[in-house]
Write a protein that binds this ligand. Structure first.
Ligand SMILES: Cc1ncc(C[n+]2csc(CCOP(=O)(O)OP(=O)(O)O)c2C)c(N)n1
Ligand SMILES: [Mg+2]
Length: 657
């Protein structure tokens, strides 16, 4: 039967790519037996209930092989009609060029950027263990599933999988099972061109269990999975030797990686495999096979539902908590957990840490960590324990110095469900994790990225550690909310907004240096993205200053100086420019004024601020790399003193006072 299913997959994948006139047929055709075994025998899933929380997760890390996943979803009865296979890669289809989370049930994560999927899967497998530690009780294993990955040479070449796999080995994620499609081909040709390391030894070094199989032999695939499942403390790498596009006249050629095979080659393949020449053919016996499987899957899930009911009956409080966290709901009175705001200067990284800790006492689902910088980013959850191999009950994750994997693992935890996840590092290193930030936004996952040490005010560590372009670079990611709060109250507002958000990620940008508590700052108004912090007398300003984070207090001080010259200033705090620009036009207009000169101040590149101040506005920014030296000296050097700012404004407005 496996060979018939594999043949069907081959036919469907070849036809999909041929009809679309684009796509990647080689990998789906070369992994058809692997896929047939996984989706028919191995996976615990129920296509009729794709959100079943205890389903096994399957991640196609080699996302270019999307035709494989779509064929599998169709054959096994997910909501993936044949018409969608025929619309492969067309606008609006469920069958996008690369698998997109949310486009169809059964797609567990968006893949295509190589390596991300495997790293997401590490997060999913970790989430499974953490959820089990919280909700399972003796005799009630309601969380007990595996995470499977199909990864290719490209995934294993990417650094993110090295980081994530090292972490998975360290944590002993025994229920993570990765198939490596070892076809020794990537786009440019043989992997001998650039990838000749011993992957098995490398992964053994990470603490993984290694098996080698013939990927075209279904029995070997089955046996390897069964063996992998017996290993409870080691992730499994099953190295499956395969031939790309096996069964076609082009088998083994890199030309099959990313281009249609051509009608003749497809016809030859079908003839060789004993398939009818018809396009998009699914043999009756394959349909019947999966209809029979559906009966088994339904039974399997019913057993779980029974188990769940018994557990819920015995532990009603736990069940209530389960319902809340799996739906991503916050406790109604969360705000009341916020600490009192002391009227003394504080770095927003420090207030952020206190706020996080206070909120965390009410949010057991909030878990997170840092890429080895928690003492600096202040994101450690006190007395919440560490997540470690063999004990997943803690809430603090130690990602090690692995920013890229941290981002991808956070996405995986979020995708798995049951948790709110955050991760922290220095803002300047956000570049090391930009791909998963982008994917969190693309997938609408409410992951929270905490970035501290947010400008040249970092001081002595110098230009390598001083972000210049980073805040703006985050703001341009569609769907990401980049929040740069100006004081403790706004930091609380930013954390609350990030937690209340369920449809996308947030970056919290915090300072290393102390900032004063601003008299009229607000927790609630942060959600508007920007608000008038200090209004000019008579609401009739001579100038309006927009700024964010540490520059808001600078704007206030400059406004005081301007007042000394008889000029009235409106100061607008803009903790989240994207949110402000999305408010109703009346609100935005009420802040922008009509013909009043506008100024923006931010200790970073200034391009984006012209959206608020207009082409004729003044932007006081930093357009070059930082310098090594004490922060106050650097502030003077970059013109970030109240005097320098006031002077620039006067000059800009041509006030000869
Ligand atoms: C991060 C990233 N870099 C580059 C690409 C472009 N790309 C897509 S597939 C591929 C080669 C992948 O080789 P392999 O995983 O062995 O796939 P196979 O050719 O065996 O199907 C490349 C370079 C990508 N999708 N993601
Ligand atoms: Mg390959």
């Amino acid at each position: 039967m496996f060979n018939t299913i594999a043949g069907t997959i081959r036919g469907l994948a070849a036809d999909m790519v041929e009809k679309a006139k684009s796509g990647h047929p080689g990998m789906p055709i070369g992994t058809a037996e692997l896929a047939a075994v996984i989706y028919s025998e191995t996976l615990k899933h129920d296509p009729a209930a794709p959100d079943w929380p205890d389903r096994d997760r399957f991640v196609l890390s080699a996302g270019h092989g999307s035709a494989l996943l779509y064929a599998l979803l169709h054959l096994t009865g997910y909501d993936m009609p044949m018409d969608e296979l025929k619309r492969f890669r067309q606008f609006g289809a469920k069958t996008a060029g690369h698998p997109e989370y949310g486009a169809a049930p059964g797609i567990e994560t968006t893949t295509g950027p190589l390596g991300q999927g495997l790293a997401n899967a590490v997060g999913m497998a970790l989430a499974e263990r953490m959820l089990a530690a919280r909700f399972n009780r003796p005799g009630h294993e309601i969380v007990d599933h595996y995470t499977y990955v199909l990864a290719g040479d490209g995934c294993l070449m990417e650094g993110v999988t090295a980081e994530a796999s090292s972490l998975a080995g360290h944590l002993g994620l025994g229920k993570l099972i990765v198939f490596y499609d070892d076809n020794q081909i990537s786009i440019e040709g043989s992997t001998n061109l650039a990838f000749t390391e011993n992957v098995a030894e490398r992964y053994a070094g990470y603490g993984w269990h290694i098996q080698r199989i013939d990927g075209h032999n279904p029995n070997q695939v089955l046996q390897a999975v069964n063996k992998a499942k017996t290993l409870t403390t080691k992730p499994s790498l099953i190295i499956a030797k395969t031939v790309i596009a096996k069964g076609t006249p082009l088998a083994g050629s890199h030309k099959t990686h990313g281009a249609p095979l051509g009608k003749e080659n497809i016809a030859a393949m079908k003839e060789k495999l004993g398939l009818p020449a018809d396009e998009f053919h699914v043999p009756e016996e394959v349909s019947q096979h999966f209809a029979g499987k559906q009966l088994e899957w339904t039974k399997q899930r019913a057993l779980w539902e029974e188990k769940f009911r018994a557990w819920a009956e015995e532990y009603p409080d736990l069940q209530q908590e389960w319902e809340r966290v799996t739906k991503n709901e916050l406790p109604a009175d969360l705000e009341t957990a916020l600490p009192d705001f002391e009227n003394s200067p504080a770095a927003t990284r420090n207030s952020g840490g206190e706020i996080l800790n206070a909120l965390a006492t009410r949010l057991p689902e909030l878990v997170g960590g840092s890429a080895d910088l928690a003492p600096s980013t202040k994101t450690y959850l006190n007395e919440a324990g560490d997540v470690e191999a063999g004990d997943f009950s803690g809430r603090n994750l130690h990602f090690g110095v692995r920013e890229h994997a941290m981002g991808a693992v956070l996405n995986g935890i979020s995708l798995h469900g049951g948790f709110r996840a955050y991760g922290s590092t220095f803002l300047v290193f956000s570049d090391y994790m930009r791909p998963p930030i982008r994917l969190a936004a693309l997938m609408n996952r409410p992951v929270i990225f905490v970035f501290t040490h947010d400008s040249f005010y970092v001081g002595e560590d110098g230009p390598t550690h001083q972000p210049v372009e980073h805040v703006e670079a985050l703001r341009v990611i569609p769907g990401l909310h980049t929040m740069r709060p100006a004081d403790t109250r706004e930091t609380a507002g930013a954390w609350m907004a990030a937690l209340k958000r369920t449809d996308g990620p947030t970056a919290l940008v915090l300072t290393r240096q102390k900032l004063p508590l601003l008299p009229d700052s607000s927790v609630e108004k942060v959600t508007r993205g920007g608000y008038i912090l200090r209004e000019a007398e008579g609401e009739n300003p001579d100038v309006i200053i927009f700024s964010s984070g540490s520059e808001v207090s600078l704007a206030m001080a400059a406004a005081d100086l301007l007042a000394g010259s008889g000029k009235k200033t409106r100061v607008v705090s803009v903790p989240c420019r994207e949110l402000l620009l999305n408010q109703e036009p009346d609100y935005v207009r009420s802040i922008l004024g009509e013909n009043t000169p506008r100024v923006a101040i931010e200790a970073g590149v200034g391009n984006g601020w012209y959206r608020l101040v207009g082409a004729g506005g003044l932007v006081i920014s930093v357009e070059k790399f930082g310098e090594s030296g004490p922060a106050e000296e650097l502030a003077a050097h970059f013109g970030f003193t109240p005097e320098a700012v006031a002077e620039k404004i006067k000059k800009h407005c041509q006030w000869n006072t």
